[in-house]
Write a protein that binds this ligand. Structure first.
Ligand code: NAD
Length: 323
């Protein structure tokens, strides 16, 4: 079993191919399913970033959500983030304007019938995702690929609940999507080569670096990262140190760019808790037990930056620790 492998392009004058963990796939296979229009379902933290990078790469995007206000917020975020990229010299006003014209927003799923690929980026809850796939089925073209941005849930199990397990795949972007170079690609047991090749080609077009992960709970990054965050919450719970003590220690003592509790707020505490629950249930190992304090924060609705309060209170500048 190969836990993961990098993917990249080899320049062989005879045959250009994508290198992956098992067999090289001819590039022609990767491009035999061109993706011209992408649907993004869920316009939260991740959905707006996915729409942003696709539109900037010249792909038409249909961005959908069940809440109109989420769509408005997403478009505001995309504009702000494009402006940041202009300031940093990474894009231009013209490219920003062109990218914005490529995104249409919609409440409901009708317009997904135009898409070659739909990326699901709704809340990290297995039942919610499965229920959504049933709703999406009548709207998608028969050959439309369905990808999930899940951070942890089994791709095989999610795929089995759809009408197209062979066209179902994990396409896991990192947060914030416009900044982070990595994309994890995870095949379910039924995912076919064409789907894998098409999604890999898309990731390369978005200028992302791919790591291929086997379909085990939380894949690569979150398998390692989120238990570390959970351990930081245990340290807080047990009184080892305060919120700022823990974050300062990990920033300065382990050279992390963000402390683990700051990072938890950035990811969303509900998402962190869901990932720990998937690890705990999926691997049946008590070392993945979610910290009761993390559960308590989520029950309080203190989900981090997105609700204005988590391990820090964002009503203050700079944000003030809540413990
Ligand atoms: P979020 O809470 O910010 O956004 C979720 C959005 O989905 C909300 O706007 C909500 O209204 C919408 N939604 C919920 N049910 C819907 C439905 N049935 N149809 C349409 N829209 C619906 O969540 P997020 O942080 O963007 O996470 C989305 C997915 O991406 C999750 O699977 C998560 O695990 C994954 N992910 C998150 C991060 C992170 O750092 N937050 C990183 C990588 C992957």
């Amino acid at each position: 079993m190969l836990p993961f492998a990098s993917i990249g392009r080899h320049h062989d004058p005879q045959q250009e191919y994508i290198v992956m963990s098992v067999e090289p796939l001819p590039l022609s296979e990767a491009t035999s399913y061109p993706i011209r229009k992408i649907g993004v379902v869920g316009a939260g933290l991740m959905g707006n970033g996915i729409a942003h990078v696709c539109a900037l790469a010249g792909i038409e995007v249909v961005l959908t959500d069940i809440r109109a206000e989420a769509l408005d917020r997403a478009m505001t975020t995309i504009r702000v983030n494009l402006d940041r990229q202009i300031k940093a010299g990474l894009t231009t006003e013209q490219q920003k304007a062109a990218a914005l014209t490529r995104i249409v927003t919609a409440v409901g799923y009708d317009r997904l019938s135009e898409c070659d690929l739909v990326v699901e980026a709704i809340t990290e809850k297995e039942e919610a995702k499965k229920a959504l796939y049933k709703l999406l089925a009548p709207h998608m073209k028969p050959d439309c690929i369905l990808a999930t941005n899940t951070s942890s849930i089994s791709i095989t199990r999610l795929g089995a609940s759809t009408d197209r397990p062979e066209k179902f795949i994990g396409l896991h972007f990192m947060n914030p999507v416009p900044v982070m170079k990595l994309v994890e690609i995870i095949r379910g047991i039924a995912t076919d080569d064409r789907t894998f090749a098409a999604v890999s080609a898309l990731a390369q077009r978005l200028d992302k670096t791919i790591s291929v992960a086997e379909d085990f709970p939380a894949f690569i990054v979150n398998r390692i990262l989120v238990p570390m965050i959970n351990e930081a919450v245990f340290a807080l719970y047990e009184g080892v140190a305060t919120v700022s003590g823990i974050d300062t220690a990990m920033r300065l003592g382990a050279s992390h760019r963000m402390g683990p509790l700051e990072l938890a707020d950035f990811i969303g505490l509900d998402t962190c808790l869901s990932i720990m629950q998937v690890l705990y249930d999926g691997l049946s190992d008590s070392k993945y037990r979610p910290c009761p304090l993390l559960v308590k924060y989520v029950e309080a609705g203190w989900l981090g930056r997105k609700t204005g309060r988590g391990f820090y209170d964002y009503a203050h500048t700079p944000p003030r620790p809540t413990r």
